[in-house]
Design a protein around this ligand. Structure first.
Ligand SMILES: NC(=O)c1ccc[n+]([C@@H]2O[C@H](COP(=O)([O-])OP(=O)(O)OC[C@H]3O[C@@H](n4cnc5c(N)ncnc54)[C@H](OP(=O)(O)O)[C@@H]3O)[C@@H](O)[C@H]2O)c1
Length: 169
């Protein structure tokens, strides 16, 4: 079965963005395995706020993938994405079972990460901890999270001080 993999960047104090949604701190010269990971997936899952942030970039950031954006509201159609308002866990379970293909990237943000964690739907996490303290912001898991144990798969330390940790359920 296809795996759902949360691939994300976090500050050392566990934030994925500043309070105002700022993510400038995560763009560096290095790739940190992003291209390889991008080639390993064919589907993305994104919360509406992260999608909105992605729209501020000059190009669409997930070309050539099946992109699902979760929102409870009716949104203006976008040919690059499919909006999903119904039960998120049920939708993702169906996606995992019914469609063959590559792995599924859980892009985030913190709100959708919590929904997916609490539904037991995160199979793997690849978290790149940047050597920065933000002092506040949007947490990796925004809502109350259920206790969930993961097992270390591998760790990689980069000269920049970034530590990338891969966990599986
Ligand atoms: N560091 C990183 O690698 C990284 C990765 C991803 C995101 N981010 C950052 O994280 C920030 C956004 O995170 P966030 O936690 O504020 O928001 P988010 O998870 O991206 O989006 C939240 C929105 O998703 C929709 N949603 C949430 N639960 C839902 C459900 N059960 N059913 C249907 N729709 C649901 C709602 O949209 P509606 O209000 O439209 O209903 C909600 O407002 C952005 O600044 C982004 O840049 C950083």
């Amino acid at each position: 079965m296809r795996k759902v993999v949360l691939f994300t960047a976090s500050s050392l104090d566990g934030f994925i963005a500043t309070k105002s949604g700022g993510i400038d701190w995560l763009f560096t010269d290095a790739d940190y395995g992003y291209k390889r990971f991008f080639n390993s997936i064919d589907t993305t899952l994104t919360g509406y706020k992260t999608y909105k942030k992605a729209l501020s970039f000059s190009e669409f950031v997930f070309p050539g993938k099946a992109n699902y954006v979760f929102s409870r509201k009716k949104r203006r159609p976008d040919p690059n994405v499919t909006f999903v308002s119904r039960n998120v866990p049920a939708f993702v379970r169906t996606l995992k079972k019914e469609k063959s293909g590559k792995n599924i990237w859980l892009v985030g943000g913190g709100s959708i990460n919590s929904v997916m964690l609490n539904a037991g739907l995160i199979d793997e996490m690849i978290i790149s901890y940047h050597p920065i303290i933000l002092g506040g912001g949007i947490p990796l898991f925004t809502d109350k999270s259920r206790e969930s144990e993961f097992t270390l798969v591998r760790q990689k330390l980069y000269p920049s001080g970034l530590v990338q940790i891969r966990y599986k359920k």
